[in-house]
Every structure is written in structure tokens, then in C-alpha cells.
Design a protein. Structure first.
Length: 549
């Protein structure tokens, strides 16, 4: 099989990229190891905890024991399904802060400043609600909506933030991220609006983009140029030929693995696994970053939380209503209120994110508090800890060795303690305090730095936002893996377009920035001039140097 472009990975960035290449008239083959995203477990927003825990849809990756988290092994859900992780994630839509992208540009990702990426965010989205059209898109493939906030606890959380002295923002994806307000999600007409729904299916129907099932085992590189992809499907190997380029969009955990299996990576590591070195790029698999979070949970005074549905009958009712009407609680991911704040004076833009949820439950849905309660997911946005992805062996079926090295930097502990104390202060405001019976966790006995650190060590969980393992930078930077056009340095005809290329993790959830990468790299591949920069000025707290709020 042959096409102009072979694209590995039908995930957030890959689907967007396939759409734009197909739209331009190119022939495109998309390689995906996973299967269909049909069925209520993926399509019903409220069922979000199911697909990320199902081997049918998830790669089942896990970390090595994390030494700074009590040697715990953490799960790393990544979508092994059409739509990739956009088909199993929490559907939260966060662009990131303008300063994130300005930092990318400062680190060598020329052409990726906020002014450069804003027109691509506008191109990719149709933002519903009350967004400012100067900042938000109105006719893109990706529908972005807001929940109804019918549960009174959502507005109570936003009001508690205001009472604590923070601002309120009408659109954290617009001019002002900092503050408390409604959360946005990739949900449309009551169902998950994944990258497959927004991009891949239309690309296949309109532009002849073809989907090929199988595990990509290596990129075929001949005389320094990528010419195809070797594929394994049902014990049969075949080679797909690329007339123009090969693009890897396999996730920040599987893309570096595939690069290394193909001979692109740290030379000594490749030799240790018997892989011929075709391009010595020590940055492949390095710079791994993520967001960690903890859940602060409170028992509720009144039976107004989602706990009333935490039983077989309640879940059946929600599911039946959703199947019949695409409405009701099943049509929401239940993340309908949020906040972004700064942890201290002197921090110029938010470095703490809150997700509010009107039930006290694990993100994976495996355990709920015994009774009515609610929780806030909270964590620092810009950890200084860095980890690695490495080969376990030269066997393409072997999972990679993943070491996030969480909490290895001392600043991470100080930032996490601030998260706990600032969240408790918000919980203590009248708007929320009147709903609280008592704190479930960490619990009133956890107060000192040592006690908080112990709680973090035992309970911090990944927010499932890995990135950075094939970072973008100047071609002269020895640790950069791709240049600002996504081209792999040292190999012709090969690009990376997914969250691997992030120089540094962005504020908030990573689905929107990952789709952005697909949108923007498509223009680079096609040789088109980039969209004209938009020099809108984002809101920054006027007293950020001297005030925390």
C-alpha cells in the first residue's frame, strides 16, 4: 500500500493532520493499532471512567516504581482506539495560557508563540456559549460546549473562589484564564466529540483518507530518508510506502518508542538493545512531563450530589435516558466548573488548576466515598521534574519503560502544599462551607508540611497529561528532536506531530494543544504560509509581582 503521507496514530493530533492533508488533495494512510470507538462507553460523556480502564480501548501502560511517591506504580492510560486519547479522556477543553506558547518560542520553537498559535485555535474550534469571537472560533470542526451547571454545587464553587478574593472569568480559553468560571468540554449534542468525530470520519468520507489497522513496528529509513512504515497485523508483516513523508502521531509515550525502534534516539541506549543507530538524537524519550493531582474531598450536608446515582439502578436510569434522548446527566462529563490561580506573588500567570466534581470518587470510578460528597482535583501546572521513556527491548510489542520521576524537584513539594492550603481556604468560604459536613481527605489531621507531604506521596495521581518526549527546538540544539516545523532532525521525510513535541507542558488538559499541533504542522507539511499572527493581549493580573490574588 502506498500514499503521499503515512500517518501513525489516529489520535488527537493525527486525526486533525489527516483531515487537513486530505482536504488539500493528498493521499493519506492512517495507521491505528486500536479498533472502533462505537458504543456507549466511549460516546456517553458521563461514562468517561470506563474506556480508560478497558483493555479494548487502552494501551495498558504503567510507570516503573516512582521513587518519590513511595515506589508506587501509576497507570498511564493512552487511547488504543480510533480517536486515540480523545476517545477515552475526560473531554475537558483547555487551550493553555498565552505565556505557555511564548515560552515555547523563547526555547527555540520559532513560530509557536501565542500570537502564532491563536489563529489555529480559532480555526479548529466551534465554541458554543458566550465566547468572544475575537478570541474564539465559530466554524471549526471541533465543537466545544459548556455544561448546564444545574447542580448548585458548581456555582457554589465558583462563588467560593470569588469570596476568597480571586477573580471570575467568563472564558478561561479567551482573553482571561485566571479566575473561576464554567469549564468547557469536547461534547456536542450530548455525546463525546472526539478527534475521530470532528476530523477523521469527515476526512475519510470527504477526502478519501484511508484507515489501516495494525501495530507500527518501525519507520523504514533508507539512505537517511523515511520511506515507509513497517506494520504488523494479525501476525502478518507489511510495509506501507510513503511517497512524500511519514508522520508520527502515536502519543508522547509510543512516539519516542517508535523512533528508537527505528534507529533514532540516544545512540548508547539503542546499541544496548541491538538497534542500529541511524540518527543519534539523545533527546528522544527525554524531557517527559506530566501533571500530578490530588483530590480534596468533603462530605456534603445535603443529598444533592451525584452519589444518589452511585448504584446500579441510578446508573441504569442515566444510561437509559441518554440512549433515548442524548440528554440528562449522561450528556455531561460532570466537570462543569473550574479555576486557575497563581500559587504566590511573583508568579506571573496561573500555575494551579482546579476541576470541581459534585461527587467524591476516584477519577477511574473504582471507589466512591460512603455517602454524599464532592471534590476538587487540584495540582501544580509547571512541575520542574523530568522523566524518560526508554525501550524495554527491541520487541515492538513490548511496552516502553516509563519513568516520570514525579516530585523529584524540591519546588514541586512546596507548590503541592500550596495547592492543599489554598483549596482548603476556598472550601472555607461561606458559599461552599455551608454545604460541607466535614473534610474526607486529606482529613483534619493532615496539617503540617510533613503530614501534607506524606499524603501527597501516598495519594497523588497522574492527570494523564504526558508530553515533551520529542521536544521541538532549534536544529542546533543537541536535545531537540524536531525543528519548529515538526521535522525530525537528522532524518529526511520524517515528522512528529503530537504532544511529544511540546517543549514544556501547557496549563491545563492537553487535548486542545495536541489538536493544535496537528492543525499547525499540517500547514508546514503542505508548504503553506502560516496563518497570520493575531497580536491580542491576554489578561495578566496587574499586581502579579506583589499579590497572589
Amino acid at each position: 500500500m502506498e500514499a503521499d503521507y503515512i500517518l501513525v496514530g489516529a489520535g488527537s493530533a493525527g486525526c486533525a493532520l489527516a483531515y487537513r492533508l486530505g482536504e488539500a488533495g493528498a493521499s493519506v494512510l492512517v495507521v491505528e493499532a486500536g479498533g472502533s470507538d462505537a458504543g456507549p462507553f466511549i460516546q456517553m460523556p458521563a461514562a468517561l471512567s470506563y474506556p480508560m480502564n478497558m483493555s479494548l480501548y487502552d494501551w495498558g501502560l504503567r510507570t516503573e516504581p516512582e521513587p518519590h511517591l513511595g515506589n508506587r506504580v501509576l497507570v498511564c492510560p493512552r487511547g488504543r482506539v480510533i480517536g486515540g486519547s480523545s476517545s477515552i479522556n475526560g473531554m475537558v477543553y483547555v487551550r493553555g495560557h498565552a505565556r505557555d506558547y511564548d515560552h515555547w518560542a523563547e526555547q527555540g520553537a520559532t513560530g509557536w508563540s501565542h500570537a502564532d498559535v491563536l489563529p489555529y485555535f480559532r480555526r479548529m474550534e466551534t465554541a458554543h456559549g458566550t465566547p468572544d469571537p475575537a478570541w474564539r472560533g465559530t466554524d471549526g470542526p471541533l465543537h466545544v460546549t459548556r455544561g448546564p451547571r444545574a447542580n448548585p454545587l458548581f456555582d457554589a464553587f465558583i462563588e467560593a473562589g470569588r469570596q476568597a478574593g480571586y477573580g471570575v472569568t467568563g472564558d478561561y480559553n479567551g482573553e482571561r484564564q485566571e479566575g473561576f468560571g464554567p469549564m468547557e468540554a469536547t461534547i456536542w449534542q450530548g455525546r463525546r466529540w472526539s478527534a475521530a468525530s470532528a476530523y477523521l470520519r469527515p476526512a475519510m468520507a470527504r477526502f478519501g483518507v484511508r484507515l489501516v489497522r495494525g501495530l507500527a513496528t518501525r519507520v523504514v529509513i533508507e539512505a537517511g530518508r523515511a520511506t515507509g512504515v513497517e506494520l504488523l497485523h494479525r501476525d502478518r508483516r507489511q510495509t506501507l510506502r510513503a511517497g512524500r513523508e511519514v508522520i508520527l502521531s502515536a502519543s508522547s509515550l509510543n512516539t519516542p518508542k517508535l523512533l528508537m525502534l527505528s534507529g533514532v534516539g540516544p545512540a548508547d541506549h539503542l546499541r544496548a538493545h541491538g538497534v542500529p543507530v541511524l540518527a543519534d538524537r539523545p533527546g528522544v524519550g527525554s524531557n517527559l512531563q506530566d501533571h500530578l493531582e490530588i483530590y480534596l474531598q468533603a462530605a456534603a450536608r445535603e443529598p444533592i450530589t451525584l452519589y444518589r446515582y452511585w448504584n446500579l439502578w441510578g446508573k441504569a436510569l442515566i444510561g437509559a435516558q441518554w440512549l433515548a434522548t442524548r440528554r440528562g446527566l449522561g450528556a455531561s462529563n460532570q466537570f462543569e466548573a473550574c479555576g486557575f490561580i497563581r500559587s504566590a506573588a511573583g508568579v506571573d500567570y496561573p500555575d494551579i488548576q482546579f476541576h470541581f466534581l459534585p461527587i467524591a470518587v476516584r477519577y477511574d470510578g473504582r471507589a466512591a466515598a460512603a455517602g454524599h460528597g464532592f471534590q476538587v482535583h487540584v495540582g501544580p501546572m509547571r512541575s520542574k521534574s523530568r522523566g524518560t521513556v526508554r525501550l524495554r527491548s527491541a520487541d515492538p510489542a513490548a511496552p516502553p519503560v516509563i519513568r516520570f520521576n514525579y516530585m523529584s524537584h524540591p519546588d514541586d513539594w512546596a507548590e503541592f502544599r500550596a495547592c492543599v492550603r489554598l483549596t482548603r481556604e476556598i472550601f472555607a468560604q461561606d458559599a461552599l462551607a455551608r454545604h460541607i459536613r466535614h473534610e474526607i481527605q486529606p482529613g483534619p489531621g493532615v496539617q503540617t508540611d510533613d503530614q501534607i507531604d506524606a499524603f501527597i506521596r501516598d495519594h497523588a495521581e497522574s492527570a494523564y497529561h504526558p508530553c515533551g518526549t520529542a521536544r521541538m527546538g532549534r536544529a542546533s540544539d543537541p536535545m531537540a528532536v524536531v525543528d519548529p516545523q515538526g521535522r525530525v532532525i537528522g532524518v529526511d521525510g520524517l515528522r512528529v506531530a503530537d504532544s511529544s513535541i511540546f517543549p514544556r507542558i501547557t496549563n491545563g488538559n492537553l487535548n486542545a494543544p495536541s489538536i493544535l499541533v496537528g492543525e499547525k504542522v499540517a500547514d508546514h507539511i503542505l508548504g503553506r504560509p502560516p496563518l497570520a499572527p493575531m497580536n491580542l493581549t491576554p489578561w495578566v493580573h496587574p499586581d502579579w509581582q506583589t499579590a497572589q490574588r
